[in-house]
Write a protein that binds this ligand. Structure first.
Ligand code: 4AZ
Length: 435
């Protein structure tokens, strides 16, 4: 299987560098460095969109206000310093899997000395990077990693610290002579695909984490694969009367056309558990998030793959380009449900702007985020609910939002509202570990 972007199985200089997990691909290409990585995700892709087509003069980012909307003059504040909370940044080197840390004021990425290290710390670091868990870790001899690391090391402090952020300190040398190599659970990549030009329809494998949730033999909602047995969706898709009838739900993965859902090749996956967030509020749409556990695990392939979760403590600035996908209505009047999965680019709208009196006037809670266009025209709609809002960070796609609600579909000043997944990371980890 060949993957987009870097894979760790490629060793550029086999003489100078030895690879700790060679022969395996890894997910460790994402830096938790903050906004630069996210802004790189802007894509100049042929304009395709989910539900409603923007006029040909529109670009996916930075659309200006139209006449009706010009009173809404809240400007987006794409400020880097506002978005970079905390002062410790993590990444896993794609060349050699070494964990590298940038400590606030130091300008360089430094390897971490293999001392006082354990797998729980590895899990915390993987989760900080948006991966669900650690898959491998080991100490690598400094003599095996070549001459590239001469600026010093990060050492784990000897004192008990309450937060991961405070665990690290700078050291000139590393007594053990070993540094940490990590591999986290792979997610957020797609297979190399032929390009589509000029279409609004997605092709197989472009959004391999997208699933269709069928209830009583009908497509009801979208969802996103996060592990081999768990799917994230919206609470409003599964709450109430639907819960006791678990056997009525079927999860279809690895498809782009709904008509292919029931062919033998694409037998759906039965559902074992549905958990919706206990703080879900039907009236305000707050905490609109749920998890579905499958009875049997997905068979991962080029067309069925998990999406990464967002990193902790990171708010995407307004204007960041993200994507939605789904089988929801393609007209606001709600009569056209497409057979083929649709996709569309949508920029994040800051909560400040989205909560202004010309948009949702204070209805956006800290657990929601907005994406779309002031003038409407491109948006998620009924049937897309529970599906993904994803953003690319370096080469990795992350589940930033879950399609939740909005006033109508694609109306001016009423962008789509999404559940902010970053606010539910602790809840997701807890459910997946305990259920
Ligand atoms: C819905 O009814 C729905 N325009 C989903 C998304 C949006 C509106 C409604 C956003 O499921």
């Amino acid at each position: 299987m060949s993957l987009d972007g870097d894979t760790l199985s490629v060793i550029e200089n086999p003489v100078a560098v030895s690879h700790p997990f060679h022969s395996e691909k890894t997910a460790g290409v994402a830096g938790a460095k903050g906004v630069q990585g996210w802004l790189k995700g802007f894509q100049s892709t042929t304009q395709v969109k989910l539900l409603l087509r923007p006029s040909s003069s529109q670009s996916p980012v930075g659309l200006g206000d139209t006449k009706e909307t010009s009173f809404c003059n809240v400007t987006e504040d794409i400020s880097v310093s506002d978005s970079r909370k905390g002062s410790v940044f993590y990444r896993i080197s794609p060349e050699n899997s070494l964990l590298e840390i940038q400590l606030g004021k130091l300008p360089t990425w430094l390897p971490v000395c293999y001392e006082r290290w354990n797998s729980s710390l590895g899990t915390l670091v993987c989760r900080q990077l948006g991966y669900l868990r650690l898959t491998k870790h080991k100490g690598v001899n400094l003599t095996d990693i070549g001459p590239n690391y001469t600026d010093g090391f990060i050492q784990i402090t000897s004192e008990q610290k309450s937060s991961l952020e405070n665990m690290w300190q700078f050291r000139r040398s590393c007594i053990t002579g070993k540094v940490i190599a990590l591999q986290c659970f792979e997610c957020g990549t797609r297979a190399k695909l032929p390009r589509i030009i000029g279409g609004v329809e997605a092709t197989l494998g472009r959004w391999p984490w997208q699933v269709s949730l069928y209830y009583s033999n009908r497509h009801t909602c979208g969802g996103s694969i996060i592990t081999s047995q768990w799917v994230v969706t919206a609470a409003h898709c599964v709450h109430n009367y639907r819960l006791p009838q678990i056997s009525s739900w079927v999860v279809y993965a690895g498809i782009v056309t709904r008509s292919s859902a029931k062919t033998a090749q694409h037998a759906g996956y039965a559902v074992e558990k549905i958990i919706y967030n206990k703080n879900y509020n039907h009236r305000t749409h707050d905490s609109d998030i749920a998890l579905m556990k499958l009875r049997t695990p997905f068979n991962f392939s080029d067309t069925i793959r998990p999406i990464c979760l967002p990193q902790y403590d990171y708010d995407l600035p307004g204007g960041t380009q993200c994507w939605i996908s789904g089988w929801g209505y393609t007209q606001p009047d709600g009569v056209h449900s497409p057979d083929t999965l649709k996709e569309a680019p949508v920029p994040i709208i800051s909560t400040k702007k989205c909560n202004s009196s010309c948009m949702y006037n204070g209805e956006i809670t800290a657990r929601m985020l907005c994406a779309g266009y002031t003038e409407g025209k491109v948006d998620a709609c009924q049937g897309d609910s529970g599906g993904p809002l994803v953003c690319q960070d370096d080469n990795v796609w992350r589940l930033v939002g879950v399609v939740s609600w909005g006033t109508g579909c694609a109306e001016p000043n009423h962008p789509g509202v999404y559940t902010k997944v970053a606010k539910f990371l602790g809840w997701i980890y807890e459910m997946i570990e305990n259920y």
